[in-house]
Design a protein around this ligand. Structure first.
Ligand code: NAD
Length: 501
């Protein structure tokens, strides 16, 4: 049997939008989508122009204003969400393979985490809406004051290329669970699995127009979508500069947006940590997902007492990481999404060397491959947190290591960043762990563990890492309007204006 990669390479898949319950006939500009491991074209993406975006938004608008979904019972919505959950799991092998071919993320991670998470997103929000509640206030004598939640309307869901299905399914599952209509725009670099999800969702019971898909570049399709007057919000995951542009487009209509943006997270390793676990965690924290991870612990701070031993061990393990075909289950680091991303490694090594940083490992394209965007995982020793290496998001398998002496010093260094997405602490001292977690200006802190995500909890960034929170209650706040309804429990006097004359 031909592999999916051979099939896609032999006959690139045609990917087009899904508008008003039908896949759009191919039209508009055609963009090549490439397999980052081979450089081969695997899909031809038909870019949605402003007219197609308008049709998609108006389809979602009609579905919201006149369709059945926002008024559907919780039971009905749960049934549909669970059918989507089951359908994703039934296609899990195919989706994982497709995601690895399109993104270069190792199959161990797409099959082991991303695809199961995509399915779980639908199950989680199906269960969540079965338990969510409004508020009732009784303190005002004689009145019952109720705060109810209603769906927000038409949600524009714009995703990045680094975890296409996992992140976009989170937005889609939560927006739908709370009764909204959606227009989804995946990254133009990685449209395959989200388009496949739209095929898989057929027959799961969503009403016509409830979900729409547009594809294309940010300045064409993304800008037309986020600037469309008939959307009610944008849920965006991507770069900080893009997030700022989208917020600008929303400001005129006094609309909100949920922004999950960039990061440059600190990983603090104290002398008293469990050395081996901290080492494993630091490697995972920066090199998982090919290092292309918003919450990467890319700035590693090591306390002086163990610094030499830790840096030597980290360097040796970095050099031993298995770089290879993302479809090989043994691969630990696949290719970068495109040539521009892989060139960032050498670029930042040069920047670092100018700034006085020392190269510990990697630093160049991986020599073992004739094609594809393979790079060596890279680590540099830096002595100044003001260096560009420590301040700019590289978004690649690139670690900086710095040595520190005291708790106060490392907290100040960790917080010396425009970003504030995540942080990691490794220590055997529980009091210190809590103190430092409290002092870190970030949305999430992991203590003695690499990233673990409980969907019930809030996820999002301080400062330029974002606005709003995803997760159970965070998504409920993001995708609903609150409405206060006041009911008198007895006849209360009303000032009788106009009766005096
Ligand atoms: P990006 O900002 O370049 O693109 C993200 C999406 O926005 C794409 O679909 C793109 O087409 C679209 N877009 C671009 N310009 C637009 C515009 N003017 N209007 C509307 N849409 C536009 O980001 P990327 O390179 O795809 O992803 C990498 C970035 O995403 C990194 O900065 C990373 O930290 C961030 N990220 C954040 C999180 C998080 O949860 N905080 C998660 C994953 C990735």
């Amino acid at each position: 049997m031909r592999s999916l990669r051979d099939t896609l390479t032999g006959k690139p898949r045609v990917v087009s939008g899904f508008v008003d319950d039908a896949f759009e006939p191919p039209r508009g500009a055609v963009l090549d989508v490439r397999d980052p491991a081979t450089g081969e074209i695997i899909a031809q993406l038909h870019e949605s122009d402003a007219a197609e975006v308008d049709a998609a938004v108006m389809s979602a608008r009609r579905a919201f204003d006149t369709g059945p979904w926002r008024k559907a019972t919780v039971d009905e919505r749960q049934r549909v969400l669970m059918r989507i959950h089951d359908a994703i799991l039934a296609h899990a092998d195919e989706l994982a393979e497709m995601e690895s071919i399109n993104t270069g993320i190792p199959i161990r991670q797409t099959r082991g985490m991303h695809v199961p998470r995509a399915a779980y997103n639908f199950r989680f929000f199906a269960e969540y809406i079965g338990q969510s509640a409004g508020e009732v206030y009784t303190q005002e004598p004689g009145y019952l004051t109720m705060v109810l939640r209603e769906p927000l309307g038409v949600c524009a869901l714009i995703g990045p290329w680094n975890v296409p299905l996992g992140l976009t399914s989170m937005k889609l599952a939560s927006a739908l669970a709370f009764g909204n209509s959606c227009v989804v725009k995946p990254s133009e670099l990685t449209p395959l699995t989200v388009a496949r999800l739209f095929e898989i969702m057929q027959g799961c019971g969503l009403p016509p127009g409830q979900v729409n898909l547009v594809n294309g570049r940010g300045h064409v399709t993304g800008a037309a979508l986020s600037g469309h007057p008939q959307i009610d919000m944008v849920s965006f995951t991507g770069g900080t500069e893009t997030g700022a542009a989208i917020l600008g487009a929303l400001a005129g209509g006094i609309k909100g947006g949920a922004m999950e943006l960039g990061g440059k997270s600190a990983n603090i390793i104290f002398d008293d940590c469990d050395f081996d676990r901290a080492l494993d965690g630091a490697l995972m924290g920066v090199y998982a997902n090919n290092g292309q991870m918003c919450l990467a612990g890319a700035r590693i701070f090591v306390q002086r007492g163990i610094a030499e031993r830790f840096i030597d061990a980290f360097t040796a393990r970095t050099c031993a990481i298995r770089v290879g075909d993302p479809l090989d289950p043994q691969t630990e680091l696949g290719p970068m999404i495109n040539a521009a991303q892989s060139e960032r490694i050498a670029h930042y090594v040069a920047v670092g060397q100018e700034e006085g940083a020392r190269l510990l490992a990697g630093g160049k394209p991986h020599p073992g491959f004739d094609a594809g965007n393979f790079v060596e995982p890279t680590a540099m020793l830096v002595n100044d947190n003001a260096a560009r290496l420590c301040q700019e998001e590289i978004f690649a398998p690139f670690a900086t290591l710095q040595v520190f002496d005291s708790e106060e010093e490392v907290v100040a260094l960790a917080n010396d960043s425009r970003f504030g997405l995540a942080g990691y602490i490794w220590t055997g001292n529980l009091g210190r762990a809590h103190r430092v977690a409290g002092a870190m200006r970030t949305g999430t802190v992991w203590i003695n563990t690499p990233m673990v995500r409980d969907l019930r909890s809030a996820f999002g960034g301080y400062r330029e890492s974002g606005l709003g929170r995803e997760g159970g209650r965070g998504c409920e706040a993001m995708y609903t309007e609150q409405k206060t309804v006041i009911l008198p429990l007895e006849e209360r006097p009303i000032p009788a204006l106009g009766r005096l004359s």
